[in-house]
Write a protein that binds this ligand. Structure first.
Ligand SMILES: [Mg+2]
Length: 313
């Protein structure tokens, strides 16, 4: 079955870009790195029962998401996708059809973002579906964006709107690759990451890497319509704002920009016309550790970094 699958896959793949010297079919892929200032590598694994329920989701959305989360990490580094390696652990029953559906979901996204499928591995077992993708990217002339460069006085800026992604965006989001590259060409981005586990948790991670803290104006946080819907749907006491600051999988960008760049970005909205994405300053980085809310009167309150964390001992 594996040979049959590889034959199907090779017939389905588009013509490889010039940078992919050797693609699927050999023992390993060969990528031309001569024109790359730096190669960025990232990997992400999604598991049935943990990250999705195969019985409830179209496998094409799972395949798409498995690649999209990797492209989001490349975006967070300010890099352009080059290639992806796709590893599947398939349940034995129906595995061939499932593999094709996963690929039918991820291939259009790979083409859209210029990621050549360079190879991977396809196995079958008596366990649930696991899909692991490794994505490779190249840095632009501005170099990689890191979590570690935020300075006290910089603005905290986010793309898009936050919260309630579980209602659909967590599968169907657009990785902010084009937005990150457009912003990096226009502003000096001091630090960046993608919001995968929740704004407060991810901001606390960026602050830890940068050796600083942050103050947020909660009223400035852009709340997604889905966050309001979720607050209404659920019988708990979580508000739309709670969802915006703590829900995972928004896959928006979290940025540290110099205060004047952030003011210009807010005024000019350079991503709005082409990408339909707003930039919103939501606070500032401070030298003191910790994440705080600050209101118009200047009253501060400590915020706990809430979000999604994998649990293990
Ligand atoms: Mg990330």
């Amino acid at each position: 079955m594996e040979a049959q699958f590889i034959a199907w896959l090779r017939s389905r793949l588009p013509a490889p870009p010039a940078s992919l010297l050797i693609g699927p079919g050999d023992d390993a892929a060969v990528i031309d790195t001569a024109k790359m200032a730096g190669m960025v590598a990232t990997t992400d694994m999604l598991m049935d029962g943990v990250d999705f329920r195969l019985s409830q989701v179209d496998p094409r959305r799972i395949g798409r998401k498995a690649l999209a989360v990797n492209l989001s990490d490349l975006a967070a580094m300010g890099s352009e996708p080059v290639a992806a390696l796709v590893s599947l652990s398939l349940p034995r029953s129906g595995g061939f059809a499932l593999a094709r559906e996963l690929y039918e979901g991820l291939l259009p996204l790979a083409e859209e973002f210029g990621a050549a499928i360079a190879g991977g591995d396809t196995n079958a077992w008596d366990g649930p579906l696991v899909i692991s993708i490794t994505a490779l990217g190249r840095t632009t002339s501005r170099g990689p964006l890191l979590r570690s460069g935020a300075k006290a006085g910089d603005a905290v800026v986010v793309t898009g709107e936050l919260g309630g992604s579980i209602l659909g965006k967590h599968f169907d989001f657009t990785p902010r690759v084009r937005e990150a590259i457009a912003l990096a060409s226009r502003y000096e981005i001091h630090a960046a990451m993608d919001i995968s586990d929740g704004l407060l948790l991810d901001l606390s991670r960026l602050c830890a890497e940068s050796g600083c803290g942050a103050e947020l104006e909660l009223s400035a946080i852009p709340i997604a319509a889905a966050a309001y819907q979720l607050a209404e749907l659920q019988a708990d006491s979580c508000s739309a704002l709670d969802h915006a600051v703590a829900d995972g999988e928004d896959f928006e960008l979290l940025l540290a920009l110099a205060a004047n760049d952030a003011a210009n970005a807010e005024r000019d909205q350079p991503l709005l016309a082409e990408h339909g994405v707003r930039l919103t300053p939501i606070g500032r980085f401070i030298s003191e550790a910790g994440i705080w809310s600050v209101d118009a009167a200047g009253v501060r309150e400590k915020l706990e970094p809430r979000g999604y964390q994998h649990q293990f001992d």
